[in-house]
Design a protein around this ligand. Structure first.
Ligand SMILES: [Zn+2]
Length: 284
């Protein structure tokens, strides 16, 4: 396995590639020095998809490339269009691209305004320059590398399957998708209502995870956001699917340590990756 590390990401490459790319945009606990948030860093880790990098770390052994973000999600979220800026957070006029997704309403646009529990992350406005820097140094390089991987595999193999890896809280918080206090399924698959990958790919993952005794929902409440949308084109053979794993499956009560279910989930994900690798090379 070969490793490439930059300020924005680590890319783990297999010895022999299959057309399977995985990425984990939210699992880093690294907070760049110029964050200047009003909350303690430990609280800011609430936005982290803890252990998702580790749970998928076997992927290169099965021929998949694995891309991991090296900056915290609450610093800047690469799973947003870089124009999805919350204008209310910015000092003065925003002169760059503006593509609102509606996520600013729940405080979760490109740069988060609040944590899931509603606490504001900053006690100040952000300057245009610092937001632009975060985009140029972190979000864009991450997105560009993912796009590059998908394009290269597609060129080489005529097809590329991409899994966008996440985790979610067991129950939605005050600023959660769909409102507070809603218990989530074990696994939520997001293909943006069938637009980012073939139904066959979504159902392959759904059926496998159900066989492993997880309850699985599709696009409810998470449909997938920018990273499954931006580079996919199922008609051309570029398939992207988001997998959200419920933190209650594998963390302890603190949400930061491994829980009793970690090993089972890890083994199931190894078997799923082997299945996806075979599927991507038409062996099944
Ligand atoms: Zn995530």
């Amino acid at each position: 396995m070969n490793k490439q590390t930059t300020e924005a990401y680590t890319l783990l490459k297999p010895k022999q590639a299959v057309p399977l790319v995985m990425d984990s945009p939210h699992s880093s606990p690294v907070f760049p020095n110029d964050f200047n948030a009003a909350l303690p860093l430990d609280d800011l880790r609430d936005g982290e998809d803890v252990f998702i990098d580790a749970l998928w770390s076997h992927a290169p052994e099965h021929g998949a490339h694995l891309l991991l973000a090296e900056f915290a999600r609450t610093y800047i979220d690469p799973n947003r269009h870089v124009g999805d800026v919350d204008l209310a957070m910015i000092e003065g006029e925003w002169p760059h691209a503006y593509e609102p997704s509606g996520k600013a309403q729940i405080g979760k646009s490109l740069i988060w305004r609040t944590l899931d529990d509603g606490r504001p992350i900053y006690n100040r406005k952000l300057s245009v320059d610092e937001v632009h820097q975060r985009i140029q140094r972190y979000a864009l390089p991450y997105q560009a590398q993912l796009q590059n991987l998908i394009n290269e595999h597609h060129q080489q193999f005529g097809v590329c399957y991409h899994i966008n890896c996440h985790s979610m809280s067991a129950v939605s918080g005050k600023m959660g998708e769909g409102g507070a206090g809603i218990a989530r399924a074990d696994v939520v698959l997001g293909d943006r209502d069938g637009t980012t990958c073939s139904a066959e790919f979504t159902h392959l993952v759904k059926d496998f995870m159900q066989q492993c005794s997880y309850d699985v929902k599709i696009n409810d409440p998470f449909k997938g956001v920018e990273l499954v949308r931006a580079f996919s084109n199922p008609a051309q053979g570029k398939h992207s699917l988001q997998i959200e794993l419920n933190k209650r499956l594998y963390t302890d009560d603190s949400g930061r340590g491994k829980g009793p279910g970690y090993d089972k989930l890890n083994q199931d994900l190894i078997a799923l990756t082997a299945l996806l690798a075979d599927f991507s090379t038409h062996k099944i």
